[in-house]
Structures are given as structure tokens and as C-alpha cells.
Design a protein around this ligand. Structure first.
Ligand SMILES: Cc1ncc(COP(=O)(O)O)c(C=O)c1O
Length: 399
């Protein structure tokens, strides 16, 4: 008999618990879906038109491994505006943000390498290093409920202590999916100095950098980034995506900003993974990055209202009495709220789908530290949030 099993590192990967809940209700018109990290609006017309025009002009061929030169130029201009520095040779176009994360892992990680990740965290980020045989050590954010406004917080000393000279890579996503926690400039400075001292790579997942609230993003509306304070040729990689900033989740287009010394290796890896991102999709990405600032502004206005509404409602007496603690996220597009006493968020989310027609993501999908919480994506209309809240209230009353 032949062994037809995948290798052990693949067999032991966790299946996405968000998918597990969504599979129970996807396609059902009676379910209100807030489970995925996805805006409920289609990509703006001027971006769709650019893709159509490229297709009509015959843009149906392979492109360069590292991306179309004019798109790489546009990305360098964009990044230089936000972060003060970028060279076109540092910019690498990828077929999605998640593909960029996989490429970074393939580029740097050997089996047995130690990766430190700040959790709760989007499951893909926790599982990708494991595919390469690396070990992932979690440092958990804490929900501070002592003050009047509950908040997810990082214990910087705990993270610094976990970053030993044996650590290969620090994986940090800020603004964070699922909590919305956003790292401060001073925390970044301490972490960068520590990583420099110990030769640790820093992989920054910056896909939500433009979705930051309450003035934290300054005049440029951009979260603090390690790109702002690091040099071009040090061990810092920033991963980014067109999905969230320009409402392009289904297009599968992302990019990374890397030290120039990595570009050639990345070119080889891209050749053997996808060879290139589709040309007509890259053309659409170019108009998005060059002319899409108004999209970001209108998303910020819309999401700020949605966030404020959802947090205020979940913090009302009725929900508080049911044990809900809802911190106000500083960035991204999720409220990650706790339900006191809850120990099986997966089972709860499945029941919410079947008994209340409400699609939310279980906290345990984001690592064991996320258990007891639930993620609600608020990139949605107030009307839909209102309906969802009514369903949650009804469910809790019947429970
Ligand atoms: C933290 C984080 N990083 C990366 C991604 C990947 O985005 P995409 O693959 O759509 O570009 C996501 C998507 O949800 C995310 O939440």
C-alpha cells in the first residue's frame, strides 16, 4: 500500500474555524454575514473599468515576476508619500497579501525556526510559518477591563522577553485583525531596537494601515509603520494588500516592501509559486493606488460611524447584562468582544447561524488566546448592523 497522506506539517494544520462557521450558513439568504473581513461594497467603477480596458487592449499575457514596472513605480511613490522612503527596487507585486506572507515565510524560515507572533491573530498568519516547519510562539494581547473604556493592550516587556537571540522572526499585524489594536510609535521604536540588537527579522503585516481611527493616523491617515523608522536595508519586511484599502478582496493583489537584497530571491519564489500577478489586475491596481485616496476617505467615514454604533450598542445595559464587554477598536474593521463565562466560541457561533441567522467569527479561530471572544466585521451599513444586533439580543434572551 502507498501512503497517500500529505506530509505531517500539512496534516496538522488547523482548518479555519471562520470557514467552519461560514460553511454552515453561506448562501443562505436568511443569514446576515459578518464573519469575513470583507467590505460589503463592490470595487469602485473606475478600478473595474481599468481592468476591462486592459483586457480589451489584449493584456492577457504573463508579466514580470516582480510586477509591472509602472505598478512598482506607483507603489514606491505611494509608500514614499506615507512612510518617507521607498525605492522601486524594494517593491514586489504579489497575487494577494496572503501570498506575500507565504513568500516571506518561504524566503526566511527553516524547519525548527522560532517565530514570535502577537495574538489573537488572523489564523493564516499563525499557520503559514508552520507549513514551513517553523515553531510559532504567541504573546497575547490582554483585554484591559479596569478602566471605563475596555481596550486590548500589549505588554511590551512580555513581548521583548519572548524575543530571544534564538528568535528568527517577529510577526506583527497592526492594526490587528481581529482586535483592532494598533501599535504606538514608542512601542515600535523599542521593538525595532531590540530586533536590531538580536538580528531578528521583523515581518509587519500592514494590510490595515489605512484603516485607523480617532486621529491615530495623523494627516496622512496611516497607522504608525516600521517603515517610518527603519532603514531600507535592514531586516524589515512590510506586507500590504489592495483588498481592504480599495475594496478589492476578490482581485487577489498585494505587495511587499523589502530590502533590495531580497528582491532577486523573491523573483525566483514568485516564478515557482504563481509566476506573476495577472496583468489586467495589476493595471487596475495601478489606478487604485494612484487615484483611490477618496475611497479610503469614504471608507474611513463609513467605518467610523459603523464602529461607534456597534460598540455603543454592544456596551448598552442589555448586552452588558449578558456579559458582553466590547472594546472600541483603534483600527481595522472588527469589534472583538468578550462574552464573560463563554468557553466555546465555535459552538456558540454555529448556534448563532442556525438559531438566529447571524454570521460571526469565533474568537478561538484567532488562537487559543481568542477563546471566549467573538469577532464582528463592521464594514457594513448601520441598517444591517442594527438587524444583526436585534438577532443577537433575541438569541441571548432565549439562551
Ligand atoms: C491581517 C491580514 N493580513 C493579510 C490579509 C490578506 O489579505 P489579501 O490576501 O486579501 O490580500 C488579511 C485578510 O483578511 C488580513 O486580515
Amino acid at each position: 500500500m502507498f501512503n497517500t497522506e500529505p506530509r505531517a506539517a500539512v496534516a496538522s494544520l488547523g482548518a479555519s474555524r471562520i470557514r467552519e462557521v461560514a460553511n454552515a450558513g453561506m448562501g443562505r439568504s436568511d443569514v446576515l454575514p459578518f464573519w469575513f473581513g470583507e467590505p460589503d461594497q463592490v470595487t469602485p467603477a473606475f478600478i473595474r473599468d481599468a481592468a476591462k480596458a486592459a483586457l480589451d487592449a489584449g493584456d492577457t499575457f504573463y508579466t514580470h515576476n516582480l510586477g509591472l514596472p509602472p505598478l512598482r513605480e506607483a507603489l514606491a511613490t505611494y509608500s514614499a508619500r506615507l512612510h518617507g522612503r521607498a525605492d522601486v527596487n524594494q517593491m514586489v507585486v504579489t497575487s494577494s497579501g496572503v501570498s506575500a506572507l507565504m513568500l516571506a515565510a518561504q524566503l526566511l524560515l527553516n524547519p525548527g525556526d522560532r517565530v514570535v507572533a502577537v495574538t489573537p491573530l488572523w489564523p493564516n498568519l499563525i499557520e503559514i510559518p508552520k507549513i514551513l516547519g517553523a515553531e510559532v510562539v504567541s504573546v497575547a494581547l490582554r483585554l484591559n477591563t479596569a478602566s471605563k473604556a475596555p481596550a486590548w493592550e500589549l505588554d511590551l516587556d512580555q513581548l521583548l522577553a519572548a524575543l530571544t537571540p534564538h528568535t528568527k522572526l517577529l510577526l506583527l499585524n497592526s492594526p490587528n485583525n481581529p482586535t483592532g489594536w494598533t501599535i504606538s510609535r514608542s512601542q515600535q521604536g523599542s521593538l525595532l531596537a531590540h530586533c536590531r540588537q538580536h538580528g531578528i527579522w521583523l515581518l509587519a503585516d500592514d494590510v490595515y494601515e489605512r484603516l485607523v481611527y480617532d486621529g491615530l493616523g495623523g494627516a496622512l491617515h496611516c497607522a504608525p509603520s516600521f517603515l517610518d523608522i527603519s532603514d531600507a536595508n535592514e531586516r524589515v519586511i512590510s506586507v500590504n494588500s489592495f483588498s481592504k484599502s480599495w475594496l478589492m478582496t476578490g482581485w487577489r493583489l498585494g505587495w511587499m516592501q523589502v530590502p533590495v537584497s531580497l528582491s532577486a530571491g523573491l523573483g525566483k519564489l514568485i516564478e515557482y509559486n504563481t509566476s506573476c500577478a495577472p496583468g489586467f489586475v495589476q493595471r487596475a491596481g495601478m489606478v487604485a493606488v494612484e487615484g483611490g485616496e477618496n475611497i479610503i476617505q469614504s471608507s474611513l467615514t463609513r467605518y467610523t460611524s459603523a464602529r461607534d454604533y456597534l460598540v455603543a450598542q454592544l456596551s448598552s445595559d442589555a448586552f452588558r447584562a449578558a456579559g458582553i464587554i466590547a472594546p472600541r477598536p483603534q483600527g481595522a474593521m472588527y469589534v472583538f468582544f468578550k462574552i464573560e463565562g463563554e468557553t466555546d466560541s465555535l459552538a456558540l457561533c454555529k448556534r448563532l447561524v442556525s438559531e438566529a441567522g447571524l454570521g460571526l467569527a469565533p474568537g478561538s479561530a484567532f488562537g487559543t488566546e481568542g477563546e471566549g471572544a467573538i469577532r464582528w466585521c463592521f464594514a457594513s451599513s448601520i441598517e444591517k448592523l442594527e438587524q444583526g444586533l436585534a438577532r443577537l439580543a433575541g438569541f441571548l434572551a432565549r439562551r
